[in-house]
Design a protein around this ligand. Sequence first.
Ligand code: ZN
Ligand code: ZN
Length: 191
Amino acid sequence: MTWQHPFPKNTITSRFGDNSPPRTSPHRGTDFAAGAKELIPAVTDGVVTKIFYSSCLGWVCEFKTDEHGLYVGHSHLYCNKHDSIDCDGSDHQDGSTCMSQLKVGHRVAQGDWVGRVGDSGTCSRGAHLHITISKKSDPRYAKTFDIEKFIDQKIKKQEKAKQIKLTPLEKLSRAGVKIGTIWTWAKSKLD
Ligand SMILES: [Zn+2]
Ligand SMILES: [Zn+2]
């Protein structure tokens, strides 16, 4: 089970807990300033649990992660039905969603698309992804924690696990030791 950030970290415009104006309360998610309509990859494997419209968060797609059973929410999404980044949620009686092929109950693997970046909902100021993570379902009500820090730790562990799998020679080569130097040293031992 591996994890990734949805977009490069240098596109983060507002971190978890950010309280700078015009905010009136600490930020409950992490904002990535990806371009409008940009496809959003799942940060890990899971199952889609919710797709709904909220007046504040706009179109939301949430999935439950296989590892730890956490809920990852993506808010202010683009609306597929109206081809609009700021859909107001009306005219969706037919059950249309933010993404044409994605339905509640679908499995997503890490990197699969879970929506497109939009500007829907009254709490959005410009196209961006507002991503959240929580132990309970629903980014409107659940207590959230810092997904950036959480995924940073996951990536660190993944890197460590990769290092362990390397052969001693690969480790030396990663450390910048030239194979030629090792060979010369090995030969000197044989002589
Ligand atoms: Zn719509
Ligand atoms: Zn946000």
